[in-house]
Design a protein around this ligand. Structure first.
Ligand SMILES: NC(=O)c1ccc[n+]([C@@H]2O[C@H](COP(=O)([O-])OP(=O)(O)OC[C@H]3O[C@@H](n4cnc5c(N)ncnc54)[C@H](OP(=O)(O)O)[C@@H]3O)[C@@H](O)[C@H]2O)c1
Length: 271
């Protein structure tokens, strides 16, 4: 997302960052049609991902690309649009932008208060039946909404915000529910997002752990998120090679029970 929204680097840098992620062993790329500047720029990040994959020296088939539909960017704003006609048109655009015949993982970006949630889920189910999508996922959903969707179609993943500043709220219980039901949980904004991640260096709980582990505070936080549950996957964003390589290092970092508890109990102010 940070490679395609306001403040994004140029395309060559974007491709470099994605290559660095893949070279570091990351195997899942999370994108969305709306990771762009506005409605005239829809698909910017999907096109960037397609370009990076086409020019990567590794095995393209080992990489899973997840994208989303259900939002729009009029005038650069973020607005929901869960109408089935929008979702179906968005799928055609995403197939084209990603240059694929089938989307690996297609996620309903967010419930639209103006459209019954199950209507949108039904559209995703039809896209899967038509062979345009392999797996379906949801995002920004509560346990009740996950349950409602599962009454219609199989749900492979749920993507909600989870970081030390926002412990699941307002979607409490989703990680546990997903784990009990064989659903992957993609923790978004795992280091706090573009603004709050800057508060990690110098944090009184993270700093001593980072020093002892010879890791960055960002990597410590990612290890803490990953330790939450076996079904949790982190999808950190980055605009620099240095940051993406550092984030990848968190996969090797196993925190002790005491360290995990210290972060659980730490104060992480959003102010
Ligand atoms: N489903 C949804 O509604 C939703 C909403 C938001 C995000 N997401 C997904 O979640 C992904 C990540 O979310 P996000 O970008 O909001 O938040 P994030 O990953 O918590 O934070 C991203 C920012 O933190 C910095 N950063 C990340 N790792 C770092 C490291 N190891 N060391 C130093 N700085 C580091 C990066 O700075 P630099 O840019 O300077 O490298 C980056 O811009 C997005 O790319 C998107 O795929 C989904």
């Amino acid at each position: 997302m940070p490679l395609s929204i306001s403040g994004r680097p140029d395309e060559a840098q974007g491709v470099k960052v994605i290559h660095a992620a893949l070279d570091s062993g990351m195997t899942l790329i999370d994108t969305a049609d709306v990771y762009c500047l506005d409605d005239d720029d829809i698909g910017h990040n999907e096109r960037l991902v397609a370009k990076a994959l086409a020019t990567w020296s590794g095995d393209r088939d080992s990489i899973l690309v997840a994208t989303k539909a259900g939002l729009r960017r009029p005038g650069g704003r973020w607005e929901t649009d869960g109408r089935p006609a929008h979702l179906k048109a968005a799928c055609e655009r995403s197939l084209n932008a990603l240059a694929v015949d089938r989307i690996d993982l297609y996620q309903f970006h967010a419930p639209d208060p103006g459209v019954p949630f199950t209507d949108g889920v039904g559209a995703f189910a039809e896209l899967q039946q038509e062979g345009k999508v392999r797996w379906l996922g949801l995002s920004n959903v509560s346990v009740d909404e996950i349950g409602a969707a599962r009454g219609i179609v199989g749900v492979a993943t749920v993507q909600n915000r989870f970081n030390p500043f926002f412990h699941e709220s307002p979607h409490d219980g989703a990680i546990k529910y997903c784990n009990e039901n064989g659903i992957g949980y993609l923790a978004y904004s795992p280091v706090g997002g573009g603004r709050l991640n800057k508060k990690l260096p110098g944090h009184p709980v993270l700093d001593p752990i980072a020093t002892a582990r010879r890791a960055s505070p960002h990597a410590v936080v990612l290890a803490w998120v990953l330790a939450r549950s076996p079904n949790v996957i982190v999808i950190p964003g980055a605009r620099t090679v240095e940051h993406v390589v550092d984030s990848a290092s968190s996969a090797e970092l196993e925190l002790s029970a005491e360290e995990l508890k210290a972060i659980d109990d730490g104060e992480f102010s959003t102010a």
